[in-house]
Design a binder for this molecule. Structure first.
Ligand code: SAM
Ligand code: SF4
Length: 329
């Protein structure tokens, strides 16, 4: 438990900082200085740290990156965590490239849920936004995830002013027709290039007002709890529920007061907040032979210093020293 009474039950595990896309709001065109291979945690090291976190109360593990599917041993990592005595629920955040051949093996390894990131349905726009011509692969990946029975399949969309903010309704229609749960995420100051500006961000309130002008929305009855997304059921003209849509107002409607997250980077650093300025090294002690108790002590002291909030709107706000792709989104 941290100093504000929040309990860390949701662990985000980054398995790599590398990626096969170059989304403009995340990375520069040339990519980044990747973490050297010998500093990345091996599958068995990741599984050990997740086991210790689960022993401390973690109930949900989401694998992310960078792009987690660039790791060929992702299934081994997932199977290792799924095989723990009291396994957490397992999900994955991915750009979807490669899912056509791996959705089923991931499911078989123990994955249950998946989030695929997709910001546009237009192939040329996708190429400009991600600097790669891969929209068809992502759409095929989404279909493969559904076919494999990963449930739910959620779509994460970042809207950018004058770039894709005219696609709110086309994306929602596509998601509703395809049985997908779409969530719009406010863009955060987490890009490696530090190009984010508050005034250019598409705010949750604007997204919601566009949704309300097109649809009858009913606040979802499922309690939000520590879920970052505010969700609504979308009603069709006959009053029947067509599906669910969500908005994650990370900047303008922060959910820090109920945050239950902790993050492990692919090089074995524990972070108590996406925006934390400091990290707790678990890899070094682990590789020097630390016993489980010692590592658990390091985990607990990291959590104890979790701040009340990310403070993006504070005049003293500083973005974290590493970009989202290296921390794990
Ligand atoms: N590569 C995978 C993907 O794109 O889903 C996983 C890692 S990515 C960093 C995780 C999520 O973070 C994606 O949904 C992506 O759109 C989102 N993301 C990346 N940079 C962001 C930013 N500056 N603000 C808000 N969300 C961002
Ligand atoms: Fe890669 Fe995901 Fe970043 Fe896009 S958002 S560059 S897919 S890590």
């Amino acid at each position: 438990m941290d100093a504000f009474g929040r309990v860390a039950t949701d662990l985000r595990v980054s398995v790599t900082d590398r990626c096969n896309l170059r989304c403009t709001y995340c990375m520069p065109p040339e990519g980044l200085d990747w973490i050297p291979g010998d500093e990345l945690l091996a599958a068995h090291e990741l599984v050990r740290l997740v086991r210790l976190a689960v022993d401390q109360g973690v109930q949900e593990v989401r694998f992310t990156g960078g792009e987690p599917l660039v790791r060929p041993d992702l299934e081994e990592i997932i199977a290792g965590v799924a095989g723990l005595p009291d396994p957490p629920s397992l999900s994955l955040t991915t750009n979807g490239i490669g899912l056509t051949s791996r959705a089923q093996t991931l499911k078989d390894a123990g994955l249950t849920r998946i989030n695929v990131s997709l910001d546009t349905l237009d192939a040329e726009r996708f190429r400009r936004l991600t600097r790669r011509d891969r929209l068809a692969d992502v759409l095929a990946g989404v279909a493969a995830a559904k076919d494999a029975g990963l449930t739910p399949v959620k779509i994460n969309t970042v809207l950018m002013r004058s770039i894709n903010d005219d696609e709110v309704l086309p994306l929602v229609e596509w998601a509703l027709d395809s049985g997908l749960v779409l969530r719009f995420i406010e863009q955060m100051p987490l890009d490696a290039q530090h190009a984010w500006t508050r005034s250019e961000m598409v705010e949750a309130a604007a997204i919601l007002s566009e949704l309300e002008s097109a649809y009858t929305l009913h606040q979802s009855e499922t309690p939000r709890g520590s879920e970052p997304a505010e969700t609504w059921n979308v009603l069709g003209p006959d009053g029947a529920v067509r599906g669910t849509v969500g908005v994650i107002g990370s900047v303008t409607r922060p959910f820090c007061s109920s945050c239950d997250r902790v993050r492990l980077t692919s090089d074995g650093q524990l972070r108590n907040c996406l925006f934390a300025q400091t990290e707790t090294d678990l890899r070094g002690p682990m590789r020097r032979g630390a016993a489980d108790d010692e590592i658990v002590g390091l985990m607990q002291s990291c959590l104890a210093t979790k701040r009340a909030g990310h403070g993006i709107d504070d005049p003293t706000f500083l973005p974290p020293p590493r970009p989202m792709s290296a921390i794990g989104g």
